[in-house]
Design a protein around this ligand. Structure first.
Ligand SMILES: Nc1nc2c(ncn2[C@@H]2O[C@H](COP(=O)(O)OP(=O)(O)O)[C@@H](O)[C@H]2O)c(=O)[nH]1
Ligand SMILES: [Mg+2]
Length: 259
């Protein structure tokens, strides 16, 4: 590839899933985008997120893709976007798998005083990051929620709604201190002040990170921003039975930790 611009692709950190404290610098917000086989979405998605962040906080953000060594080489395509998006960094993780730990690995290499995450499949509208950043002014955590006024789950089929409602009901039963504080604790899009979790060892299992932060972190004020969840138009969902079982295990683990 002589002469071709190919930015460095970083390795993922290893060891405990603890996000370090930092000396505040020029970066205010670090948005982690976890990916697994998102080749069909990633370039357009990174452009969209970059456009939004550049408008609201120019020069004060970074976007970190954490790709689990996707067979479709999402990491490579993402890295090619870095030529046009200087705020972009790409981690190719080969040593571990799973959505929740990927997000935390991204925060470990991040430099923002605010950390956050959003999915790469456009199911969370990238424009939402603007109001979420504003809402953080008087909050520690800002959650993109489908269940506050103005939000919706979109075109979900009946079985998807039932599964989601069951997951929510079980969460309320096992982890009321989280599920009674947030309307959408299973949201995959939120921002948090780094101080909420700096130095705290996180121990997620599977897909969900927000409830991990609320139980183990130091979170006083939570705000929610409504959004209408979009359908996935390209690529495929990676959620399945394994993730459902991991969710149950994760709830149980957090219940014990919260006692
Ligand atoms: N790094 C990493 N990302 C993942 C993994 N599983 C899913 N993702 C990403 O996490 C986001 C949400 O996943 P998705 O499959 O759309 O879940 P769903 O929205 O619940 O159906 C997308 O950006 C995926 O590419 C994983 O095991 N590792
Ligand atoms: Mg999705």
């Amino acid at each position: 590839m002589a002469g071709e611009f190919m930015p460095a692709v970083l390795d993922a950190p290893s060891g405990p899933l603890t996000v370090p404290a930092i000396v505040p610098g020029p970066i205010n917000v670090s948005v982690v985008v976890p990916t697994l086989n998102e080749r069909e979405n990633i370039r357009e998605f990174l452009d969209a997120v970059n456009r939004v962040l550049h408008t609201v906080i120019p020069g004060a953000y970074e976007i970190i893709v954490v790709d689990d060594d996707s067979p479709d080489r999402t990491w490579e395509l993402a890295a090619a976007s870095a030529a046009a998006i200087p705020a972009l960094r790409v981690v190719r993780r080969r040593s571990e798998r799973g959505l929740a730990s990927a997000v935390i690995r991204g925060w470990q290499v991040s430099r923002g005083t605010v950390i956050g995450t959003i999915n790469a499949d456009f199911q969370h509208p990238p424009e939402l990051l603007g109001p979420m950043i504003s809402a953080l002014e008087d909050a520690d955590v800002v959650v993109a929620s489908r269940y506050v006024k103005g939000g919706s789950v979109g075109n979900w089929r009946w079985y998807r709604r039932i599964t989601s409602n069951a997951a929510q009901a079980l969460g309320t039963l096992l982890l009321p201190q989280v599920f009674n504080r947030i309307t959408d604790p299973l949201s995959g899009c939120y921002l948090a002040r780094r101080g909420c979790i700096a130095g705290v060892e996180l121990k997620p299992l599977g897909y969900k990170t927000l409830m991990e932060i609320v139980v183990r972190g130091r979170v006083a004020r939570i705000r929610e921003c409504p959004y209408k969840m979009r359908d996935r138009e390209r690529g495929r969902s990676k959620a399945g039975m394994r993730q459902t079982l991991q969710y149950l295990g994760h709830l149980w683990r957090l219940r014990k930790a919260a006692r």
